[in-house]
Structures are given as C-alpha cells and as structure tokens.
Ligand binder design. Structure first.
Ligand SMILES: [Ca+2]
Length: 376
C-alpha cells in the first residue's frame, strides 16, 4: 500500500532545495523527515497553520478534524486535506477538550460540558450547543481550568478537573481528579483521585484500560518531581497528589498528611520533570510499522519552570519484552536547547493511520506519514 522510497536520496533533495518555499514558511514548516532506530522513515508535513491556539483534536469518519483551543476561546473544523478551516464557535471559556460520540461533538469548556448535535451537519450554520452540565467545579482558569476529554469503552466522557493551584488540597473531591460523566444527563463521579492535572488520556486498544498523563508540581527544582504516565486498574483509586509525587517523593508541605491506610498508585512511567506531557494517543492503526502497534504517542508541550528547556517534542512509549520503552519520536521544535519553534499540545492517530500533532503556540497542525524503510 505504501510505496517504498529511496529515502537517502530523497532526504538529500529535501535538504538542499527545501519544499514549497514561500516567504512565510519557516524551516519547521517544510516537509521534514525523521528516521527511527530501525531505519523507518517518517515525513512531517504542515497540515494547516490556520488554527490559532490549537489544542485537542477529534476526527470524524469523513475526515473532518474538530479542534479546540484554550485562551483563544474558539472551536475549529478543519476540512479534509485542510482545504478550509471553519471557526464555528467563539467566545467560549477555554474550550480545549473535545470528543466525538455518536455523531455529536462534546466540548469541555472550563465548568461546562457542551454538546453540538450532529456536528458534521451543523458546523457551517452557527450551531448552538446544549449544556450537558455546568456543574464542574471551577476556581478560576489561571490554574488548570482547561480540560481534556476522552470517551471510554462504556461511552461515558472522561474529563480532568485540575488542581486549582500549584499544590493544594481542596474540600471538593473532584478537584485534582479525572471524572466520569454520563453524556445523557451530566451525572458525574470521580474516576481517579489525586491527579494534579491530566490533559491527556487514551484507552489501551487491547486491555481497554485508561492511560493518562499527569503534570508534576512546580518549584521543586529542575528534575523533580517527574511527569507521570498512569494506568487505571481500579476505578476510584488515588494517584498521590498532593501528598506523594512520582513513585515516592513526599511533598514538602502535604507529604505528612498522606494516609497510611491508602494505597497511592505509582506511575506506570516517569518522564523528565517539566517536559509537560499533554495529549496522548495509542497507535491502533496499520500505516506505521508493526513495532508501533499499540505504542503510545505523547505530546510534550515543553517546560517553562526550568533553567534549561526540555520537552517540545513528540515521544513514543512502546512495550518491549514487557518493559515500557520511552523514546523521543519527533524533536524538531527546539533548536540548540534554546530556540523554540513549536509546542505540541495533542497527538491524534488518524483513521488512515497517520499522526496529527497540534501546536497551540503557533496555531498549527502537523501530519506525520510513514514513508518506508531505509535500504541498508
Ligand atoms: Ca501521581
């Protein structure tokens, strides 16, 4: 199905003449190629640069990408092949999280879950949403008021409610959690406790368990605590925040309040502090080589609270001999550890098996396709 290319020659050509060099394109916007450790070559195209503040993405059966934003307050429809971009809602409060379910688009906007019915039929005609619930707890959007959403195997909505602070303990148990929401009536319950701010979750294609990213607290130094990738084995379990970070790092202020009778679930994987893992998605398609089957892609938004920049890349977690193996996958957005050219906010495995990456800082979406293996 996919043509084998003579990638060496092709890389050389791209490197010398560039590609579609119009005045506004930067080096990051030209198709670039990367090669993994097994010699697999992937091409990265700029899909569109017309989605300011692009956050979470969802794709319809017909290939329309719906995209949320944070401070921009808008919802976008990116038509197939990025021929056009529609803004179909604006002036929403951080509508960053969204998901498709039975033809309807659900959007998490701060304290609300909105439903746009039959979105493919209506997005061109100023659709008005129904409110599924407006009772998510809010304490201002300065800290972690923005959301991420995934649909579970039970067709319920799973949404983070971030801690409204760097570190704190609130009476409302829904703060610092992931909640499970009934899309028919907005009823909700806590699915995972002790989660500082998870703006990425995906369901394992075989086990059907939720994996989620969680961003560690700030102001404990450059390298602790880690960013976490967690797995939900038991709904309702506690993942540590604000008492314990990572595997066993006691919080300087809240650590002594940890309850000896509670088992705090340790992360499945720890990732460099401050790299800010946001959107995640399992690879459940066939375009990429077999070694990517059920691999987990991670969008690393990149650090702000650190003396040297880290993150600003897309990484991948594969299971090898039952051990999780973490590796950078695309690292084209940070030059000499200083110049930042992109901030990955979400990754989405497309229906055709390519990988979309949103960049909320520059308002872009990239598309990654597999090209073939380098000849020895
Ligand atoms: Ca934790």
């Amino acid at each position: 199905m996919f043509q084998r290319v003579n990638a060496t020659r092709w890389l050389l050509v791209l490197g010398i003449i560039g590609w579609g060099t119009t005045g506004s394109l930067t080096g990051q916007d030209m198709p670039q190629t990367i090669q993994d450790d097994d010699g697999h070559v992937f091409k990265i195209d700029l899909y569109t640069d017309k989605v300011p503040n692009a956050r979470q993405m969802a794709e319809t059966e017909s290939g329309i990408l719906f995209v949320g934003s944070r401070g921009e307050g808008k919802l976008y429809a990116v038509l197939e092949d990025a021929e056009d971009v529609f803004v179909f809602a604006e002036k929403l409060e951080v509508p960053s999280g969204l998901a498709l379910l039975n033809g309807d688009l659900y959007v998490a906007a701060y304290d609300k879950i909105l439903r746009y019915e039959d979105i493919e039929e209506t997005y061109r005609f100023s659709p008005q949403p129904e409110i599924v619930t407006d009772e998510l707890p809010g304490d201002g959007i300065r800290y972690h008021g923005w959301k991420y959403m995934s649909v579970g195997p039970d067709n319920f909505l799973y949404v983070n409610v971030g801690a409204p602070c760097n570190v704190c303990l609130k009476d409302d148990e829904r703060f610092a959690s992931i909640v499970r929401i009934d899309p028919s009536n907005g009823d909700m319950e806590v699915y995972a406790h002790g989660v500082r701010n998870s703006v990425g979750s995906s369901w394992h294609p075989e086990t059907n368990k939720m994996w989620f990213s969680d961003n560690g607290r700030d102001w404990m130094g450059d390298d602790i605590p880690p960013e976490e990738i967690n797995v939900v084995d038991e709904p309702g379990a506690h993942y540590g925040f604000p008492f314990i970070h990572g595997d066993n790092i006691l919080d300087p202020e809240y650590g002594e309040q940890a309850d000896d009778d509670v088992t705090y679930v340790a992360p499945k994987l720890n990732i460099q502090a401050h790299s800010a893992v946001l959107g995640i998605d399992f690879y459940d398609k066939k375009q990429f080589p077999a070694s990517y089957k059920n691999a987990l892609f991670l969008a690393e938004h990149g650090s702000w609270n650190r003396s040297e920049l880290v993150g600003y890349q897309v990484s991948v977690v594969k299971v090898k001999d039952e051990i999780l193996e973490y590796k950078p996958f695309i690292s084209i957005w940070l030059i000499r550890d200083k110049i930042m050219l992109g901030r990955p906010a979400d990754v989405l495995v497309a229906r055709d098996g390519s990988l979309y990456i949103s960049d909320d800082h520059f308002g872009k979406i990239y598309r990654v396709t597999y090209q073939g293996k380098l000849e020895e």
